[in-house]
Design a protein around this ligand. Structure first.
Ligand code: BGC
Length: 764
């Protein structure tokens, strides 16, 4: 290891030790819990303690080739602490009853990947982030918690708060995108939504923040790949959302699969003990990811016994599916590789979680058939999912007021994604009932009404290559294939287009082309679909591209050639109706991109809050020799972070600061007037960015520090005010101290990260 690296790590440890929180006095409630857990642990054998550290799958959804076996007999012997991927009060009651027959009757915890809603599926997380609507996002988690807890569950493997700046990585769809501030705000409200104010309440579930840590920075965007990152980037950009979720009270955290600077997270003591426990004082429990412990063998850290001991001593408390803990920890204890304190510490944390959930008082608290019948898929929940989806769509282009559509005339709805139910809800919607999901055609007809005539043609397959289509439509998300020659399929769609007043082209990705193990090196809309689009444009009819995607796509050609583009991501159960609401103008689109869209894949990773370099390219230039740029493409993104249009237009005044100097412990305000200068009511996300002009380390050219989503009636103006205090200007300096450094700052306010008004102030 290089000297500089060793120094940095020593520095990190020093910071951790110096900032470790002093122990707070414990509350009466905590004292009661400690007494209860200590009493229980005094009765437990080593085997029973190790049993609590074992998490098995109930098999309803699996994400690896290993599946748990003999689950019932293991539960009866006290060899299981929790189960995930098993639902319904009936099944969960039956399983909990087995635990109640074990010697110490310790209840099981029941988890699942409740990622974006439960049966009432909400838009995928990247889409939710595009709403910039924190109360709505919180409510989506609340509804998910109510439904999941009514169906037997008390623990969710969400929120996923990994920052991702690499569109090749399929799991960007499960993230809140590229930005630390936005991601942290969302992390916080998701936890609050799931957990409510008291985990003992029947409709609250425990959150599990994932994937700790830096999973979104996998090299070359390939899933599960190595992460190698500077402490500057870690502390300032990637770690804050995990911390925000934990500060909001998340009861558990899941370790990521990846290697971090040479040590996989699951066995990374620096990460799981020094940072998480000592510096952040986290007091919930840590669960591995699916077979994360046994995968350390492939990482090259030793055999199952060795890697299990390493994981436990690093700080992994619960082993998901590997059964390395169950089958080897006792031997490691006898061999002196781990201590009984290691086992006790983890066991206590898991028992505490069950206590906090009220499971010792009532192990069957989530087993109510009545709740399952009355609280899942209620009309109110379904309506909330529809309203939520309308907030997530991003209008990328709308020339000649192509949108909104009229509720009359003939619309040709073409493309492989126009007539599918399975493709609508999005990746990780394991509980969605496809029969309840309207297709886009159905949604448009529902909203358009009787005066709209819809004609449909497939137009193209999802991809020309059948294998790619199969791999991109797994888990029952099939899209039927048409085996006729491509030209014939396109010609049929062109004929339909000629008969129509307007063409809606439903194109993009299949929903399983993002998500876990769904990385891509090509970020284009598949070529066969692009050929269809070109043929549709040639008819001269107005074409609206309704773009389905779980990641930023490279749609430069489409941006140049298609008059209107609405990015709809994957919008959950009600996606189709919500798309109808927006296309026909019942709802004015207001989503803003939570990720930068690149011009081409070679620009990736591209993100707005980059560093300046010593040779920045002047604004408006494409190429200058000896500047930081490319020969073949400008540095500009296709669409910047925070970008999104509306059916109306917004005009910004100048930024007015209450003072040009900010003193420590004081704040200043920045006010801007925003006017709806069009003729339609609308919502605008007003965004605040800052730049620290001179620092002891290099600072990003822009950093989001606040936003407000406001309603403006046509013609209306509002003053939007942001408070700025020293705290907003803090960052981790090269000694990893969290400081604000006196000096000049710029402030930017605008409609996206590029189009802004600016002002300056000095921090004294
Ligand atoms: C994923 C996790 C998920 C777990 C359990 C893993 O493959 O990485 O996000 O929570 O499976 O389903």
């Amino acid at each position: 290891m290089k000297k500089a690296n060793i120094l940095l790590i020593l520095l990190a440890v020093a910071v951790i030790n110096s900032s470790a929180q002093t122990k707070k006095p414990i509350s009466a409630e905590q004292a009661k819990m400690n007494k209860f857990v200590s009493g229980l642990m005094a009765k437990m054998t080593v085997d029973e303690k190790i049993g609590q550290l074992n998490l098995v799958t109930g098999g309803e959804a699996t994400t690896g080739s290993t599946v748990s076996t003999d689950v019932e007999s293991k539960i009866a012997k006290g060899n299981v602490g929790g189960i995930f991927s098993m639902t319904t009060p009936e099944k969960i009651r039956k399983t909990q009853e087995v635990a109640m027959k074990s010697r110490l009757k310790i209840p099981l915890i029941f988890g699942q990947d409740v990622i974006h809603g439960y049966k009432t599926t909400f838009p995928i997380p990247l889409a939710l982030a595009a709403s910039w609507d924190l109360p709505m996002i919180k409510n989506s988690a609340r509804i998910a918690a109510t439904e999941a807890s009514a169906d037997g569950l008390n623990w969710t493997f969400s929120p996923m708060v990994d920052i991702s700046r690499d569109a090749r990585w399929g799991r960007i769809a499960e993230s809140s995108g590229e930005d630390t501030y936005l991601g942290s705000q969302i992390a916080k409200v998701m936890v609050q939504g799931y957990q409510g104010d008291d985990l003992r309440k029947v409709n609250n579930i425990m959150a599990c923040v994932k994937h700790f840590a830096l999973y979104g920075a996998a090299e070359s965007g390939r899933d599960y790949n190595t992460t190698d990152m500077s402490l500057d980037r870690m502390y300032n950009d990637y770690l804050p959302p995990y911390k925000a979720a934990l500060d909001a009270g998340a009861g558990s955290i899941m370790v990521s699969f990846n290697d971090i600077n040479g040590v996989p997270a699951t066995a990374n003591k620096w990460l799981l003990t020094d940072l998480l426990r000592k510096q952040w004082a986290f007091n919930g429990f840590v669960v591995s990811d699916y077979t994360g412990v046994s995968e350390l063998i492939e990482h090259g850290l030793g055999d199952l016994k060795t890697v299990s001991a390493k994981s436990l001593s690093a700080g992994t408390d619960m082993d998901m599916v590997s059964e390395g803990f169950l089958t080897t920890l006792k031997k490691s204890l006898q061999d002196g590789k781990i201590t009984i304190t290691d086992i006790n510490t983890s066991c206590r944390l898991i028992l505490e979680a069950k206590y906090k959930l009220g499971l010792f008082d009532n192990p069957f608290k989530n087993c109510s058939e009545d709740r399952a019948k009355n609280e899942i898929l209620t009309p109110a929940n379904i309506q909330a999912a529809r309203a939520a989806a309308t907030q997530t769509f991003v209008l990328l282009k709308n020339d000649n007021k192509t949108l909104p559509l009229k509720k009359s005339g003939t619309i040709a709805v073409v493309g492989p994604l126009a007539n599918t139910k399975a493709n609508m809800p999005g990746t990780w919607s394991v509980n969605a009932d496809m029969a309840l999901v309207p297709t886009l055609i159905e949604g448009l007809q529902n909203v358009g009404g009787k005066d709209v005539k819809i004609i449909h043609a497939l137009g193209s397959n999802l991809t020309a290559d059948a294998t790619l289509q199969t791999n991109g439509t797994m888990f029952g998300r099939e899209i039927p294939r048409d085996n006729r020659p491509e030209e014939e399929i396109i010609e049929e769609a062109v004929k339909a287009a000629r008969k129509a007043d307007v063409v809606v082209a439903a194109l993009g990705e299949g929903s399983e082309m993002t998500g876990e193990s769904a990385s891509r090196t090509d970020l284009n809309i598949p070529e066969t679909q692009k050929r269809l689009l070109a043929a549709l444009l040639k008819t001269g009819k107005p074409v609206v591209l309704v773009l389905f995607t779980g990641r930023p796509l490279t749609i430069k050609w489409e941006n140049e050639n298609v008059p209107a583009i609405l990015n709809v991501w994957f919008g959950g159960l009600q996606a189709a109706n919500a798309i109808g609401d927006v296309l026909f103008g019942d709802v004015n689109p207001s989503g803003k991109l939570p990720v930068t869209f690149p011009q081409n894949v070679g620009q990736v990773p591209i993100y707005y809050s980059h560093k300046n370099t010593g040779r920045p390219l002047a604004d408006g230039k494409w190429f200058s020799k000896f500047r930081s740029n490319y020969l073949d493409v400008s540095n500009d993104p296709l669409y910047p972070f925070g970008y999104g249009l509306s059916y109306t237009s917004f005009t910004y005044g100048d930024v007015k600061l209450s003072s040009n100097t900010l003193s420590k412990d004081k704040s200043i305000t920045a006010t801007i007037s925003v006017t709806n200068s069009g003729s339609t009511d609308g919502k605008e996300v007003v965004q605040l960015y800052t730049r620290d002009l001179v620092g002891s380390s290099t600072r990003p050219v822009k950093e989001l520090k606040g936003f407000q989503k406001i309603d403006l009636k046509a013609g209306e103006s509002k003053n939007v005010t942001f408070n700025i205090s020293e705290n907003d200007l803090k960052f981790y300096n090269s000694s990893l101290k969290y400081v604000a450094e006196p000096g000049e700052f710029k402030i930017f306010i605008g409609t996206n990260s590029r189009d802004v008004k600016e002002a300056s102030f000095t921090l004294k």
